[in-house]
Design a protein around this ligand. Structure first.
Ligand SMILES: C[S@@+](CC[C@H](N)C(=O)[O-])C[C@H]1O[C@@H](n2cnc3c(N)ncnc32)[C@H](O)[C@@H]1O
Length: 196
């Protein structure tokens, strides 16, 4: 319910009327390794649909930082997930957020950001932050809704991903999600400023 309320308050930032379902959450977070101590950053966690899945995969290991621009979502997440380092900030702050914690890079960045609602500059700046904040062998995952896949903002996102990562793999459609969605796994980021 709080998700719908926040959508009504700020539709261009929340950009969905319901949180992602567990099937999409499983696929979007599958890049989080089940071994070692990875640094995982979540962008746009909302009410925590992916947060719970990341926490399950980490099983108490590593670091989990969640960057959310909506103050109410950030507050709710902090209360609900004490193991998660919730930061109330814009995703473009990814690199300084890592630096404040003595971290140079993230091993995995999982995005719930509403790319389709972003303008060109906002999309460019957020993706630049992801590329700058990801380790050279890191993985970035993000999702797109199937119905909007060929609309200009989604095509622009895919083109940007393909120009900024050496490998972009598109998953099968998760039909059980409302609306159905697919996930992009992006590996080997280009050096900041460069394209592949
Ligand atoms: C479509 S919702 C997805 C929420 C959740 N990840 C899910 O899948 O259910 C988009 C989320 O991104 C957040 N958001 C939008 N712009 C953002 C930004 N620039 N920086 C951080 N979070 C942002 C919104 O507040 C919202 O929580």
């Amino acid at each position: 319910m709080s998700f719908l309320l926040e959508f009504v308050r700020d539709p261009m930032t929340v950009a969905a009327i319901a949180p992602s379902g567990p099937g999409l959450a499983r696929v979007a977070t599958a890049a989080v390794p089940r071994t070692g101590s990875p640094v995982v950053v979540e962008l746009g966690p909302g009410t925590g649909a992916f947060t719970a899945a990341v926490q399950r995969r980490l099983g108490g290991r590593g670091r989990h930082i969640a960057i959310e621009v909506n103050a109410r979502f950030a507050e709710q997440l902090t209360a609900r997930y004490p193991m998660v380092d919730v930061v109330h900030a814009d995703a473009v702050r990814l690199v300084p957020v890592l630096a404040q914690r003595g971290l140079s890079h993230a091993d995995v960045v999982v995005s719930g950001l509403p790319w389709a609602a972003f303008g060109d500059d906002q999309q460019h700046d957020a993706l630049s932050a992801v590329v700058a904040g990801l380790s050279p062998d890191g993985v970035f995952t993000t999702f797109a809704y199937v119905h909007a896949r060929w609309a200009p903002p989604a095509r622009r996102l895919l083109q940007s991903l393909q120009s900024r990562f050496d490998e972009v793999v598109i998953t099968r459609t998760i039909w059980a999600n409302l609306p159905p969605a697919l996930v992009y796994y992006c590996r080997r980021p280009a050096a900041p400023g460069a394209t592949v």
